[in-house]
Design a protein around this ligand. Structure first.
Ligand code: ZN
Length: 107
C-alpha cells in the first residue's frame, strides 16, 4: 500500500518520520518530568521543562500537519486527511492516497 502512496512517490515520508519522532520526544520529556525521573531544583524550572515538552510535542504534530503537501497545488495532505477521517483513521487513509484529493495530481 505504502509503495504506491503519493507520500512515498513524492519523497515526503521523511517528513512524517521527523514529525513523529519530535512528537514522541515531547511525550517522553513530559513522561520523565511527570514521573519524577527528570528533576529540577525549582518549581519554575520544572514548569519550564513541562512547557518545553508540550511545545516540542505540539511542534512535531504541527510540523507533520503542515509540511506534507501536494507538490502540484500545495494542499496540506496530513491536515486534510485528519479533518476528513478523524484522528482514528487518518494514517491508513493518508498512506492510501495515490493522487491529490484536491487537484488530482499524481506526483
Ligand atoms: Zn494537489
Amino acid at each position: 500500500m505504502f509503495a504506491q502512496s503519493l507520500i512515498r512517490r513524492t519523497g515526503q515520508g521523511w517528513k512524517l518520520l521527523v514529525g513523529w519522532l519530535t512528537s514522541a520526544l515531547g511525550l517522553v520529556l513530559l513522561a520523565l518530568i511527570v514521573g519524577g525521573v527528570l528533576r529540577t531544583n525549582t518549581p519554575a524550572a520544572t514548569l519550564g521543562l513541562l512547557v518545553l515538552g508540550v511545545l516540542v510535542g505540539a511542534g512535531g504534530l504541527t510540523w507533520t500537519a503542515v509540511s506534507v503537501r501536494c507538490v502540484a497545488c500545495g494542499e496540506r495532505l496530513v491536515w486534510r486527511t485528519i479533518r476528513t477521517y478523524g484522528w482514528a483513521d487518518w494514517l491508513p487513509q493518508l498512506l492510501a492516497i495515490r493522487d491529490c484529493p484536491r487537484c488530482g495530481g499524481t506526483s
